[in-house]
Design a protein around this ligand. Structure first.
Ligand code: TXA
Ligand code: MG
Length: 526
């Protein structure tokens, strides 16, 4: 089939397109939400072609588009007051209203249901085409079934070229996700699909509005969907999509852990620097409308650039965010991964980090001690130990093959370069092991704390949402170190003076815990 593309959208072209529709043909048309694949809603034969072109399951009903409110009357059994109120407030616009259908609606449009979905789009081109055709238009999104909905003409061309009569190029769609679908056929108005008109807006006008469970959850195998479209895997690119529910630092930790070639992150604007896999930003974190506007284009782009896996920062669910989340969980086939927050615990030597960590562990926090990790990565025969020997000399290894900590300390801490060399060998291995430990246990805990003396110097800092600095008076630290390590006052002072000042730590802290002894008070941080 020859698909003609209309780009001028003058009266002559609009007439030609509406003639195609009147003659029982198919035309993809722009709307403010997504592109629709339109046919005369009153012509069952024409509507059947929509299902064929999209590869759409027969049991998934279509939305009927009108251009004036009065056009609703012949299509439905009755028009309740609530429908008039909604239309007054939100039409023309991204809201679809479901009502009991009249006999005029062919069964193929409603997929055998006794209701019909009606919407009045605000896009001027859509409006002109409906008016000029003089019939209501049945129009699902103009994508191949299952793929992300099209938000510009080139998306439609990718999916529909050669399968339909016409494509009308009206530029980019404003909203970017499909209309909100609300049913007024039930006792309590119920949102079946969230979209451009928000739950909050609808409640303001109607009072009580329920949200169908399928909006935010996967329906069980045999459940009956109130909106048949909600039961299919949907909006999905070829790449595997994963939604990561986490803070940005935990997202970074997770993607560092799983990363492979051809992985991409869909992140919020401005986060690219903090994430180590290639990023596609989809709007600022607080701007759900921007996320909705870009979402489908980004999912399509992911395939164009050859992404195998796409990890998406989870949007917040308020306003249009609910629609963004609803589309994403389907694009992800409900692969949703929770990654808990990670906190960093640090402070000067002798400040008493260990007892703070013990108190955190008692509250159920999973504490990872980097001293223990450091010992693991430098175990006898480990690659890190070999690298250390290559850098500092083989005499840092004892005859039994284990690390001679004292010998290494003497060599490494004698100069700044030595210390930097030591850190460059050990830190990546420690970071990896800490990351592995967190990720292997992420489903068992709701919070992790990493105890690291050199937190600010290490990459682990990038995984932390919050840093807690532990401090104590110098005299107390001094006696703790002397006792702990059986060293003299002068030796202890040397260690204290080799470290950065308490002010340095405090300046980078989100919370400070003073630990001069006694009970640890976590009330301020947990
Ligand atoms: O923004 C939109 O609504 C776009 C543009 C083109 O108008 N259209 C659109 O249509 O998204 P479609 O077919 O992709 O999605 C229609 C959704 C489906 O989930 C379908 O199951 C549901 O509306 N639906 C249609 N009629 C229904 C009915 N009578 N009862 C319950 N759900 C219905
Ligand atoms: Mg659709």
């Amino acid at each position: 089939m020859n698909t003609f593309i209309y780009r001028k959208n003058d009266d002559n072209e609009i007439r030609q397109v509406s003639q195609i529709l009147k003659n029982g043909g198919l035309a993809a048309i722009p709307t403010e939400t997504v592109y629709g694949l339109a046919a005369n809603a009153l012509d069952a034969q024409a509507v059947k072609k929509i299902f064929a072109a999209k590869g759409r399951p027969q049991d998934n009903p279509l939305i009927v588009h009108i251009s004036e409110f009065d056009e609703i009357y012949p299509l439905v059994k009755y028009v309740p007051e609530s429908a008039k109120i909604l239309a007054e407030k939100f039409w023309p616009g991204p809201l679809t209203i479901i009502l009991p259908k009249s006999d005029l609606i062919p069964d193929v449009v409603s997929a055998g249901l006794d209701t019909v979905a009606i919407r009045m789009p605000s896009h001027p081109i859509a409006n002109r085409i409906i008016k000029s055709a003089g019939v209501p238009l049945a129009a699902p999104s103009a994508n191949s079934s299952g793929l992300p909905s099209p938000t510009n003409a080139s998306h439609v061309i990718d999916d529909m070229m050669g399968k339909i009569d016409a494509i009308v190029d009206g530029g980019e769609c404003d909203v970017g996700v499909e209309s909100t679908v609300i049913t007024l056929a039930s006792e309590i108005p119920r949102i079946l699909r969230p979209g451009g008109v928000t739950l909050e807006q609808l409640r303001e006008v109607l009072g009580r509005v329920d949200v169908d469970p399928a909006v935010t959850e996967s329906l069980g195998e045999n459940a009956v969907a109130a909106s048949p479209g909600m039961k299919y895997k949907h909006y999905a690119p070829k790449a595997q999509v994963f939604i990561i529910k986490s803070t940005l630092p935990s997202f970074r930790c997770y993607t560092d852990y799983v990363r492979q070639d051809s992985d991409y992150a869909v992140c919020f604007d401005g986060e690219e620097e903090k994430i180590k896999i290639p990023c596609i930003p989809y709007g600022s974190e607080k701007d759900a409308a921007a996320q909705a506007h870009r979402l489908f284009a980004i999912l399509r782009q992911a395939d164009k650039i050859g992404a195998q896996r796409v990890f998406v920062r989870c949007p917040s669910l308020g306003g249009v965010g609910l629609a963004v989340y609803n589309r994403l969980i389907r694009a992800a086939a409900f692969r949703i991964i929770d990654v808990p927050e990670i906190w960093g615990i640090t402070g000067q030597t002798g400040a008493g980090k260990t007892s703070v960590c013990r108190a955190l562990a008692q509250k159920g926090v999973c504490v990872i001690d980097c001293d223990v990790t450091a010992r693991k990565v430098t175990e006898k025969g480990s690659p890190v130990l070999e690298n250390l020997a290559a850098a500092f000399g083989s005499d840092i290894i004892l005859p039994d093959g284990t690390l001679d900590r004292k010998a290494l300390a003497e060599k490494a801490f004698s100069s700044e370069e030595g210390e930097a060399l030591l850190n460059s060998i050990t830190h990546p291995a420690i970071t990896k092991l800490v990351r592995d430990e967190i990720m292997e246990n992420k489903d068992k805990y709701s919070l992790f704390a990493v105890d690291a003396a050199l937190l600010f110097e290490s990459e682990i800092y990038d995984y932390c949402t919050k840093t807690i600095v532990v401090t104590a008076d110098e005299s107390i630290r001094l006696s703790r170190i002397m006792q702990r390590d059986s060293i003299t006052r002068d030796e202890a002072l040397l260690r204290i003076n080799a470290q950065k000042s308490a002010e340095y730590y405090i300046s980078k802290a989100d919370a400070v815990i003073k630990n001069n002894g006694g009970e640890i008070d976590l009330a301020g941080i947990l």
